[in-house]
Design a protein around this ligand. Structure first.
Ligand code: FAD
Length: 320
């Protein structure tokens, strides 16, 4: 059976959810072989094995932490050459997309980014992408070289699929470019206790209708009642009401949760670009003609200052 290389996103050995989703998709295409790099790489093997990885290629070296992505590309290329996979899958994070793009150039392959689904095809994997505010769904396949595909978080379920997960050391040598850009400082963001925006199963977003930084407390309260991440439109971010890192949209983050709740957001195309692939979309807006209602599964016409607190209370009551 063909082997599918899966690049592992992990923090000190804790595998992040988008990688487990990639394993689900990889199993549709062949036998997943995971590549885990950096501190804690070997510790990822148990989790990866539980989700279908037959082999886990690991490498650790100071270069992975001290420099930007090139050492990781060197290692992924070494894995590619060792395995000769039928496809390479990488999580669609900013770093993942840079790694995937650099690998594709090096190996002379086509690349597809931000896929939301993958299936096996007669001539290789077929990727689904969503375009133009979900007006179009495209299906594409790589027609040159080994397909390199990045997949957005929340595109597939996490499935238990016990496999060997056998750890194998990957021999890596770094090229001249690997140490070209050094990381000089890392400042961890203050933790809000909420899930990461791009990985969250539920996102509650606020827009200009929230009308002030202090009013985002009601958006946060609804998010917390659901265990959700908080997003914001660019209008809310530009007004200084919420951090730029929480912006959803064309020039912000792209999210694809199970549930997206937009409050006081009109639904401009640039906002849609970042949330259109959400599985279920709910909007709360006092203007029944707001364009966001063209996109939603459930729409609530009303003042968010009435609706959102009621929703939060109701959810809390039902949760007991
Ligand atoms: P508005 O369009 O002003 O909508 C506010 C909505 O709130 C209205 O529909 C109103 O009816 C409703 N409302 C007001 N008060 C209440 C209330 N009390 N209760 C209920 N509803 C209420 N935007 C993004 O979001 N993300 C991006 O990444 C992004 N990138 C961009 C890139 C470019 C190049 C450009 C040109 C624009 C970009 N924009 C982006 C901006 C985008 O065009 C819109 O201006 C922006 O999304 C509008 O934000 P909004 O919906 O919060 O505000």
């Amino acid at each position: 059976m063909a082997e599918i290389l899966v690049y592992v996103d992990h923090v000190d050995g804790a595998v992040r959810k988008p990688t487990l989703e990639l394993l689900t998709l990889a199993r549709r295409l062949g036998e997943p072989v995971a590549v885990a790099l950096g501190a804690g790489a070997e510790a990822t093997a148990a989790t990866l094995g539980e989700h279908g990885a037959t082999r886990v290629l690991t490498a650790d070296a100071p270069e992975f932490g001290d420099y930007l992505v090139v050492p990781k590309v060197d290692a992924l290329q070494a894995a590619y050459e060792a395995v000769s996979p039928a496809a390479v899958l990488v999580p669609s994070s900013a770093e993942g997309k840079e790694i995937a793009a650099r690998l594709a150039v090096r190996i002379g392959s086509g690349i597809i980014t931000d896929a939301v689904d993958l299936e096996a095809g007669d001539e290789g994997p077929v990727a689904t992408q969503s375009a133009f505010a979900a007006s179009f769904t495209t299906k594409s396949r790589v027609s040159k070289g080994t397909p390199v595909i990045t997949v957005k978080p929340n595109s597939a379920p996490v499935e238990a699929a016990p496999a060997a997960g056998a750890v194998e050391a990957l021999a890596v040598s770094f090229g001249e470019l690997a140490t070209g850009t050094k990381v000089t400082a890392r400042t961890p963001r203050e933790s809000t206790g909420r899930p990461e925006l791009t990985e969250a199963a539920i996102v509650v977003s606020g827009g200009r209708g929230v009308n002030g930084a202090e009013n985002f407390a009601i958006i946060e309260a609804l998010a917390d009642s659901l265990g959700a991440a908080v997003g914001a439109s660019r209008a809310a971010v530009d007004a200084g009401w919420y951090p730029h890192s929480n912006q959803v949209g064309q020039t912000g983050k792209s999210v694809s949760p199970q549930l997206y709740i937009a409050s006081g957001i009109s639904g401009a195309i640039q906002h849609r670009a970042g949330m259109q692939t959400s599985k279920t979309i709910v909007a709360i807006n006092k203007d029944a003609e707001a364009p966001i209602f063209d996109l939603v599964d459930y729409g609530i016409v009303g003042d968010l200052f009435d609706v959102v607190p009621q929703l939060t209370e109701e959810i809390k009551t039902r949760k007991g």
